[in-house]
Write a protein that binds this ligand. Structure first.
Ligand code: TTP
Ligand code: MN
Ligand code: MN
Ligand code: MN
Length: 387
């Protein structure tokens, strides 16, 4: 069910946020092969190279035709971020159906191990490389290293919700990794759309007890149309435009407490105001509070409960739609929204607000379309933000 106003979007733009990027590209197999190289650069900490691949891949995702030798040498070669190196790899792909560099990477033990390690929440590329350097190769070896018993969720691993934990604290990160390892057989299973919706419904029932008059939108990959999600991301606000800001304050923590009491939230990996990353913290509405949790629905008829990662984000009404746009992603779409705002409009965009750079004037969009209007962009439907 894609919208029809595609003609206003241009696949030749340098910015992801001005292109239509469907979930499945016309050149999806090529995209998948290039993505192996991109992930390798990321795992090796080569962020600049990774970003180059991310940009080139995003351009290919939005190209509306199957790439062949004729259009490769024609308009594809002229697309932004498609340089000589990318051109050669695409040419090799068209001629052989393969990209040798990509196949070589996929076959290495290092790529396989680092990929597996980073599926665990809390293990980033840096930690993954350190573990690999210690001689560890498999997730089973990681379990032994971290002394985690598979499938056991020890009470001790539950975080104390009241503890004012510091982010990036070593002990907290190790705790997160242990939870991720113990629950990995559940957490690596993807979540179908109807379960995502059920999780939202259950959470809203409890939120209504804690604070009446709230609303929420499921964001992340679900909103971009993914049939299966890796986690659930929900943005909440209060319906009252003038008083909602006060009503949302502290609500994240109160809701998480209730969900924990109800044994729906079993672990909290991160709980915070958004201020630590927020340059606009002097304003009252900067309270983008969030909780990264492990959540489990009540047992169904077969008695099976699968642990899921659920991210809860709270925004004051004035920044609800900027939060929805920011958290709907994709990561590259969001990145280019920020870049577009800065380079083309003299504005600052992030999930917690839109402002004008020269006088810090704040914008409070009343709809998602208004977010795009304030930034001088054509509206892009969420299902076309898969850059
Ligand atoms: P994620 O939940 O990490 O990703 P996703 O929902 O797009 O896909 P899935 O969960 O199915 O794997 O992040 C949610 C959104 O938050 C993401 O779409 C964009 C935004 N985001 C960023 O902009 N930068 C980031 O580094 C992360 C982690 C998220
Ligand atoms: Mn943080
Ligand atoms: Mn997600
Ligand atoms: Mn998420």
């Amino acid at each position: 069910p894609y919208p029809t106003d595609l003609k206003h979007l241009t696949y030749t733009s340098r910015y992801c946020c001005a292109r239509a990027s469907p979930l499945v590209s016309q050149n999806q197999d090529l995209v998948n092969k290039l993505d192996i190289i991109r992930r390798c650069r990321h795992l090796e900490g080569e962020e600049r190279s990774m970003l180059s691949y991310s940009r080139a891949i995003a351009v290919i995702k939005a190209y509306p035709r199957v790439i062949d030798l004729a259009n490769l040498k024609g308009e594809v070669a002229k697309l932004p971020y498609i340089g000589d190196k990318l051109f050669s790899m695409i040419e090799e792909y068209i001629k052989t159906g393969e990209i040798s560099k990509s196949r070589e990477i996929a076959e290495t033990s290092r790529f396989r191990s680092l990929s597996a390690f980073t599926t665990i929440h809390g293990i980033g590329p840096h930690t993954a490389r350190q573990l690999y350097a210690l001689g560890l190769r498999t997730l089973e070896e990681l379990e032994r290293y971290y002394e985690v018993l598979p499938g056991v969720t020890d009470e001790e691993t539950l975080h104390n919700l009241d503890a004012d934990r510091k982010t990036n604290n070593d002990a907290a990160v190790e705790q997160t990794i242990k939870i991720g390892l113990a629950l990995r057989h559940d957490l690596t299973q993807t979540i179908p759309r109807d379960e995502v919706e059920e999780i939202q419904r259950v959470i809203m029932q409890h939120l209504d007890v804690v604070q009446k008059g709230c609303r929420s939108i499921i964001v992340g990959g679900y909103r971009r149309g993914k049939p299966q999600s890796n986690d659930v991301d929900i943005v909440f606000t209060h319906n009252d435009w003038t008083l909602g800001s006060q009503k949302v304050k502290g609500l994240c923590k109160r809701l998480v407490h209730r969900l924990h009491e109800q044994e729906l939230v079993t672990h909290v990996m991160h709980l915070s105001g958004f201020h630590e990353h927020n340059a606009l913290r002097t304003h009252h509405w900067d309270s983008l509070e969030k909780a990264l949790t492990v959540f489990v629905l009540p047992a169904n008829s077969s008695g099976k409960r699968v642990y899921r990662r659920v991210d809860l984000i709270f925004a004051a009404p004035e920044v609800f739609w900027t939060a929805v746009v920011g958290w709907s992603g994709s990561t590259m779409f969001q990145r280019d929204l920020r870049l577009w705002a800065k380079q083309q409009k003299g504005m600052k965009f992030d999930s917690s607000g839109i402002s004008r750079r020269h006088d810090s004037k704040l914008y409070f969009p009343k709809s998602e379309r208004e977010v795009f209007e304030h930034l001088g962009l054509t509206y892009v439907h969420p299902t076309l933000r898969n850059a």
